[in-house]
Design a protein around this ligand. Structure first.
Ligand SMILES: [Zn+2]
Length: 464
């Protein structure tokens, strides 16, 4: 099957060019000046991209499908979550395999393969959450890398669950530095936060907004600085996940200014939502409970600036959907029991395009932070993240002039609310190809569970 995408503006991390794109089977065969007859003569299908952008499929480096949390599971399966991702122009996800204490990394990886394999509509990879640092798991980091999983997430938050001590983090970082792994960090001071949470509950402060008030941004800044110091001592590269606070961004920028291999992602919710959403009455605020929490609005300008200066290199979603009914309700009367997570895998490309419309970032930067840099960061380039001959034909045709309103009524994520309900967006996905297969075309979905393949990733390609 040969598909010609013609008449569009091809976007990359370096800019925009008018070009036709020829797809042959699963890969991109050629780019040419518009209208070259030799390309169109033998295409089986022609997609008219006139007036539209043609960009590499989005790569969401941070999702949680079917993730166990506090006695329940995030509500998207690998099938529903990857289908929703495809609808929104994301053609690769990297999800987190979660080591439970007392289990091995290998059994964890096997378990996540059994959940995902054969069920994904788009390609997928895994990061490994290391929650039990010991001689066995440190040794197994190498066997994970041998199986294409080379990024290891640790937590400075959630004592008693995922929390790792500074000593444990140091040991894992030493190991990562030795074998080429990338340490990803949830940087919040969980020990101090747990005290603030206990005090709030004791004083009868139980509403969702307390989730934000008991996790002050300074404690994200402190943990980020500490993680950066540990990374410096060990020589390990460090990737701060879901950075939400200006203090944390300042720490990352400071480290990057010294040339240290420190990187960070933020998420759309921190760019568009705020603690005012957490404070919504009638338990509505629970819809916005995630960690780190939504911050006061003034942090948003810092984050957009971080995206411009590349102190924030990636935007992922931390997609972790829990329904308002039955799931978020577990925390009625005790905010600390509200399942943590906000749905978003479907809307990342649109929300960041809205940043282009608003003049916050350029078109090239939109592609870079949503696709090209995640591909390099997580060892998928040039297979993913670029429209180049030989690359996988993961392609989005995007209509920059279309408008849409985000709503739970129309989204495809398996969750009963939208964090962006009623938000007007300029721009909309028109057509999506996943490895050469048209999976979204206008309002029709042609993808299927099992089309997506596991991606065995190379080591990080973004290091200094
Ligand atoms: Zn997460």
């Amino acid at each position: 099957m040969r598909i010609l995408i013609t008449g569009g503006t091809v976007l990359s991390s370096t800019g925009a060019v008018k070009a036709d794109v020829l797809v042959d089977g699963e890969t991109i065969a050629a780019l040419s000046a518009p209208g070259i007859a030799v390309l169109s003569s033998d295409a089986d299908k022609v997609i008219d991209a006139g007036g539209k952008y043609v960009l590499p499929g989005g790569i969401d480096g941070h999702t949680h499908m079917e993730m166990p949390f506090g006695g329940t599971h995030s509500n998207d399966t690998f099938e529903t979550g990857t289908t929703a991702a495809a609808w929104g122009g994301t053609t690769t996800i990297i999800d987190f395999a979660v080591q439970a204490k007392g289990t091995t990394l290998q059994s964890t990886l096997d378990k996540w393969h059994s959940k995902a394999d054969g069920n994904c509509a788009i390609d997928y990879g895994f990061h490994m959450i290391v929650s039990d640092v010991n001689d066995t798991s440190l040794k197994e980091m190498q066997t994970c890398i041998d199986q294409g999983v080379n990024s290891f997430k640790m937590f400075m938050a959630y004592p008693g669950v995922f929390y790792a001590t500074d000593g444990e983090i140091l040991r894992a970082m030493q190991r990562a530095a030795d074998i080429g792994g990338l340490i990803m960090m949830h940087a919040e001071n969980g020990i101090a936060i747990d005290e603030l949470v206990a005090q709030a509950l004791q004083e009868g402060r139980t509403d969702p907004v307390q989730h934000g008030l008991t996790r002050p941004s300074a404690l994200e800044g402190e943990a980020t600085s500490r993680a950066i110091t540990l990374a410096k001592v060990t020589g390990s590269p460090l990737y701060i996940v879901h950075l939400s606070a200006a203090e944390a961004l300042a720490a990352v920028a400071g480290a990057r200014n010294t040339g240290q291999n420190v990187f960070a992602e933020t998420c759309p919710q921190y760019l568009y939502l705020s603690i005012e959403d957490l404070a919504k009455p009638d338990f509505e605020g629970s819809k916005y409970v995630a960690s780190p929490p939504l911050r006061p609005k003034e942090h948003q300008a810092s984050l957009w600036n971080g995206l411009r200066t590349n102190d924030l290199s990636v935007v992922s979603t931390d997609h972790c959907p829990f329904c308002f009914n039955e799931q978020k309700e577990l925390g009625r009367g005790d905010f600390s029991k509200i399942p943590n997570g906000i749905p978003g895998v479907e809307h990342r490309m649109d929300l960041l395009h809205q940043g282009v419309v608003a003049g916050e970032i350029s078109l090239a930067r939109w592609v870079e932070i949503t696709s090209t840099t995640p591909a390099r960061m997580f060892g998928l380039y040039p297979r993913k993240g670029t429209i180049s001959p030989g690359s996988d034909a993961d392609i989005v045709v995007y209509d920059p002039a279309a408008t849409q309103t985000l709503s739970a009524e129309t989204h495809h994520m398996n969750v009963d609310y939208s964090a962006y309900e009623g938000m007007r967006i300029t721009g909309k996905v028109d057509t999506v190809l996943s490895r050469g297969r048209v999976v979204v075309e206008g309002n029709a979905f042609h993808g299927s569970a099992g089309h997506g393949r596991f991606l065995s990733r190379e080591l990080c390609q973004y290091l200094n």
